[in-house]
Write a protein that binds this ligand. Structure first.
Ligand code: KG4
Ligand code: ZN
Length: 344
């Protein structure tokens, strides 16, 4: 098949979303995600249950992605899959499925780094979405990571700063859990924050040097605040829900924006992109857009490319396929394996 007409099937299974997508070159033909309700009652992702749910979901999800893209598996040029970082049991489901399908179809298998995918999602061709040019800064904010990355090429990325403890998504989810919201609480905090006063309650921001982050202190501060207030008034959360959420979100966004400003100052790079699940947050999306007044050029992903999805894996697959930067026969060897820990 000519390089001008590349069809990539992409598979993502690093955490608790089973996802498959089909890309025709850099255009998304289908993007299917099956979430996993099973974790809600446990207040967080249970690895064994995630792995089992991936096993149940993967075949129907891939089937649906091909059906929506209106292509047959025999038209595929290559299969891209997330090899890490993530939960080992979850990664293994996508990895073994992708390997066997690539082997069966005798087409290349392309391994994709999940965090690179969150950043490179900006290179999917979409109406009304401008792509960044190199170099740019990327703030990747998800349930497992918080990083400021200097991106000088598709596959040349340098981490300038990252969290020393909790990821920002965890800060959202753990705060939400304290308030009694179900998992994942990030989207709920976002929802209630829209109706609240961000200055109603004040939480101190962590003092971490350079471009690194820390969120565990904020989580503890919110816990102590909650305990003290509920002792005075058991209905405190009910009465002040929106203001509490707005204040937590405001504090988190200030922490992120302060570091981004420092990164822009230190590097002189004024193109700034966000990616990862937390980039779905309406507050951070607005804060970034507002920063354009400072002369920044900002890039906010479409909502469907923020939380875990396979379209972002597909664009990395396409970029690697175009550059032939993958192991043609990787699936016949042992060099393509799932890696729970994987740096950029
Ligand atoms: O990228 P992602 O889907 O999975 C990981 O790679 O971790 O990110 C999931 C995280 C969760 O912590 C979730 O609460 C958070 O993204 N999240 C949000 C919002 N939507 C998802 N956090 C705040 N506001 C949102 N609207
Ligand atoms: Zn992610």
């Amino acid at each position: 098949m000519s390089k001008n007409s590349t069809y990539i099937l992409a598979i993502e299974s690093s955490c608790d979303d089973t996802a498959a997508a089909v890309l025709h070159n850099d255009i998304v033909m289908s993007n299917v995600v099956a979430g996993q309700e099973v974790h809600k009652k446990y207040g967080g992702v249970v690895p064994e249950l995630a792995s089992r749910a991936h096993q149940q979901n993967i075949v129907p999800v891939v089937h649906e992605a091909l059906r929506e893209a209106k292509i047959s598996k025999y038209q595929l040029s290559a299969i891209a899959f997330t090899s890490g970082p993530g939960l080992m049991g979850s990664l293994l489901v996508g990895t073994s499925f992708a390997k066997s399908l690539a082997m069966g179809l005798d087409i290349p298998l392309i391994d994709v780094n999940h965090m690179q995918a969150h950043i490179l999602a900006h290179f999917i061709t979409e109406e009304k979405h401008h792509k960044p040019t190199f170099p740019f800064l990327a703030l990747t904010i998800s349930g497992g990571h918080t990083q400021i990355v200097k991106v000088t090429g598709y596959f040349t990325m340098e981490i300038l700063g990252q969290t020393l403890d909790d990821a920002v998504g965890e800060a959202f989810d753990k705060s939400a859990k304290i308030l009694g919201f179900p998992y994942p609480g990030g989207p709920l905090i976002d929802k209630y924050a829209r109706e609240g006063n961000p200055k109603a309650f004040k939480f101190t921001k962590p003092k971490v040097g350079g471009l690194d982050f820390s969120f565990s202190g904020l989580k503890t501060a919110i816990l102590y605040f909650y305990q003290a207030e509920v002792k005075k008034d058991p209905d405190f959360v009910e009465k002040n829900r929106n203001d509490i959420c707005a204040s937590i979100q405001y504090t988190i966004i200030q922490i992120l924006m302060d570091k981004l400003k420092l990164a822009v100052k230190q590097t002189g790079i004024k193109q700034v992109a966000i990616g990862g699940g937390v980039s779905a947050n309406s507050g951070i999306r607005k804060a970034l857009k507002d920063a354009e007044q400072k002369g920044w050029q900002t890039f906010v992903p479409k909502l469907e490319y923020t939380t875990d999805n396979a379209a972002m894996v597909g664009i990395v697959g396409y970029l690697k396929y175009s550059e032939h930067d993958f192991d043609q026969n990787g699936y016949t060897e042992n060099n393509i394996v799932a890696k729970a820990r994987l740096s950029l």
